[in-house]
Design a protein around this ligand. Structure first.
Ligand code: HEM
Length: 124
């Protein structure tokens, strides 16, 4: 049920907006990751990641309406993602998660998922 979702529990749309915005502030400064992302559509990339995470955690399903089935491994196939890229991605995401100041249990649940998902995206 929508009202019981993790999405609602952590603060809804605003929380994911903050999370992903902060994450991309890190990406912009990162010489390893920045070249992987679209040169002039970082706002679009930010929106896609936000919509995905919102939907994953039980919020509105705008992601699938606009993008279809996530198929995340397939969508990442064009990018070389080895351990250095994964670790850089997780570093910025970790910084972003911490700025949310979530209760420890919620923070752990969110972080455990992100770590797992990032490990599963390795393709090189
Ligand atoms: C898209 C890199 C991990 C979710 C992208 C894009 C890049 C990228 C370069 C294209 C940006 C765009 O135009 O949308 C990476 C790297 C990762 C990583 C280097 C390191 C492990 C993850 C993880 C998730 C994720 C763990 C999910 C929890 C997404 C989503 C998109 C995306 C939802 C947009 C897909 C679409 O609809 O086209 N990623 N990613 N990524 N990434 Fe990642």
């Amino acid at each position: 049920e929508q009202t019981d979702s993790f999405f609602e529990a952590v603060g809804g749309e605003e929380t994911f907006q903050r999370l992903v915005h902060r994450f991309y502030e890190g990406v912009v400064e990162d010489p390893l990751l920045r070249p992987l992302y679209p040169e002039d559509d970082l706002d679009g990339a930010e929106e896609r990641l936000r919509m995905f995470l919102v939907q994953y955690w039980g919020g509105p399903n705008d992601y699938s309406q606009q993008r279809g089935h996530p198929r995340l491994r397939m969508r990442h196939a064009p990018f070389v993602i080895g351990e250095p890229q994964r670790d850089a991605w997780l570093k910025h995401m970790g910084d972003a998660v911490q700025t949310l100041d979530l209760p420890p249990e919620q923070e752990k649940r969110l972080w455990d998922y992100l770590v797992y998902a990032a490990h599963s995206m390795i393709n090189a």
